[in-house]
Write a protein that binds this ligand. Sequence first.
Ligand code: NAP
Ligand code: 3JN
Length: 341
Amino acid sequence: MKKQPVVAVVGATGAVGREILDTLARRNFPHAEIRALASSRSAGTSVDFGSKQLTVQELTEDSFTGVDVALFSAGGSTSEKFAPCAVKAGCVVVDNSSAWRMDPAVPLVVPEVNPDDLAWHKGIIANPNCSTIQMVVALKPLHDAGRIKRVIVSTYQAVSGTGQKAIKELENQVRQLFNGQEATNEVYPHRIAFNCLPQIDVFLDNEYTKEEMKMVLETKKIMGDDSIRVTATTVRVPVFYGHSESVNIETEKKITPKEARAILSQAPGVCVLDNPGEKIYPMPIVAAGEDETFVGRIREDETIANGLNMFIVADNIRKGAALNTVQIAETLLERDLLRVP
Ligand code: NAP
Ligand code: 3JN
């Protein structure tokens, strides 16, 4: 593509959509026009794009005329309905929802891990779940070094992963409790302030949540290795920005903690923060507002021959959603793949 692309942001008023606009502006994404789209509820309002303001337009089937790339973050049902319209109009879609992630005809991409999968896109590229993204950014270089056989992950996920309403719910509950009032909840099934909820998304027939199964299935697809066994427990915690993960891996070939630190220090998108003596390790307050995936507390799992434990933290709205989406669009542009085959 020689001309500068016309870009549409679908869900531009949401937590992820606003961060996509900020990321496009911050990284000087080449563009002839940026179109901010959302539902009729917010049509006519404005959103920030760098120092400019964009007027939000209502998303309709005709919104994609003349658009080269559309970055979707307006939920799965919106993606299911409108992504095919966009592709029909000749627009490449990068979709943040789970609607297309496990479709065998749709690449599921983390640019640091499997950028070559972009080559076989047919118009839609799926952005993985935030918890999966930060885990595979850290695990891929270790898989390449020693082949990961099994992953056990427990997450500590921020409320921003649920969107604007959940951010407000935590704020309100903290205010209510400090004022001696009862905390009210609408978004989550229980109080989130000063609590942890071992439920993210709905429960499935196998007693795992949908979020847990997203981590299991998406990890295998992105790493291109169905034989990796993954089991997950996903937990919502009263943190605003930054998902944390306790990750245990078993590898075929031994990797010592020192070797893991050296490998991860060279890995794209990873920042090793691992100096326990100085109380240096990843935390949400370190990762919030940053692009990198932070890894620390790297240590041997002494219960098995080839095991490692680590703690992985990233900004779920940045690397977990907006940044990864924009990096996909940047890679499509660099590789001249910004067209529907
Ligand atoms: P949010 O803050 O609630 O924002 C939702 C956005 O979607 C708003 O812009 C909203 O527009 C728009 N929208 C909703 N229904 C629409 C419709 N029928 N037509 C057009 N626009 C519509 O949620 P969020 O946190 O930004 O998340 C949005 C979606 O992104 C999620 O549902 C999920 O699929 C995806 N997501 C992915 C990850 C990840 O792990 N990669 C993380 C978070 C979110 P209005 O202002 O007009 O209501
Ligand atoms: O809860 C989180 O921390 C991440 C949430 C992601 C999310 C929220 C609503 C719908 C998703 C997702 O990306 O998997 C979806 C969805 O299924 O599209």
